[in-house]
Design a binder for this molecule. Structure first.
Ligand SMILES: C[S@@+](CC[C@H](N)C(=O)[O-])C[C@H]1O[C@@H](n2cnc3c(N)ncnc32)[C@H](O)[C@@H]1O
Length: 203
């Protein structure tokens, strides 16, 4: 599995992502205490930075999880699991974090269906990623699209193609450098009443 082999080198990649992850963690620590699920938790680089939430982390790669477990964070539950088939009940989490994961999974639509399912009404999703822009930078993404497959991510990534995100509302967008090529998007699930009014069954 690709990320098993990468687990030892991932801290090198992380150096470039440090400043944007700082913004992510600040946003999360500014929220009220709640149950937080990080999908694709990787080497667990964020775990120590989360200050007040009850943390559950999952990753499909046993190699990445092994590194995450070495962080020895008390009260953090880590499981090997596919984000597209979460073994959690509906409406269980206040927050879900996807940091550089949505363009890595093979079916982002199914991933977001699962995220929406496990999220409580009024729960929030934090998506940190690159987003292919409409300016000249898109040509760089197109140029890398074949190579990026070998590195198990999609260089061309348009959030509007993820249809299941329509069930959530975008409440905040933070540009994070390179002409907002990197962004933090925060989505929220509607509250129970709005969901019922839309005929959405709350499981
Ligand atoms: C680019 S790394 C990001 C790691 C971490 N979130 C970060 O920001 O440093 C992508 C992670 O997603 C995990 N991943 C890929 N597909 C997954 C899936 N279907 N379910 C859960 N994790 C997955 C990989 O194993 C890897 O650890």
């Amino acid at each position: 599995m690709f990320y098993n082999n990468l687990s030892a080198f991932y801290p090198l990649i992380d150096v470039f992502l440090k400043s944007q992850k700082k913004v992510l963690v600040q946003e999360i620590n500014a929220q009220q205490r709640g149950a937080l699920l990080e999908i694709g938790v990787g080497n667990g680089a964020h775990l120590r930075a989360y200050k007040k939430h009850k943390i559950t982390g999952i990753d499909i790669s046993p190699g990445m999880l092994e590194v995450a477990r070495k962080q020895n964070c008390a009260d953090v539950e880590l499981y090997q699991m596919d984000g597209k088939a979460l073994a959690f009940k509906c409406n269980q989490f206040d927050y879900v974090v996807l940091s550089h994961v949505i363009a890595v999974v093979d079916d982002a639509d199914q991933l977001m269906r699962e995220v929406e399912r496990v999220l409580k009404p009024k729960g929030k999703v934090f998506i940190l990623n690159h987003f292919t822009p409409e300016n000249w930078l898109k040509y760089i993404d197109y140029a890398f699209s074949i190579i990026s497959r070998f590195f198990h991510f999609k260089s061309v990534f348009h959030i509007q193609d993820v249809n299941s995100l329509n069930k959530l509302s975008l409440i905040k967008e933070v540009g994070l450098g390179l002409g907002s090529y990197y962004k933090l998007l925060i989505f929220q699930k509607d509250d129970k009443e709005v969901l019922r009014n839309h005929g959405i069954v709350i499981c």
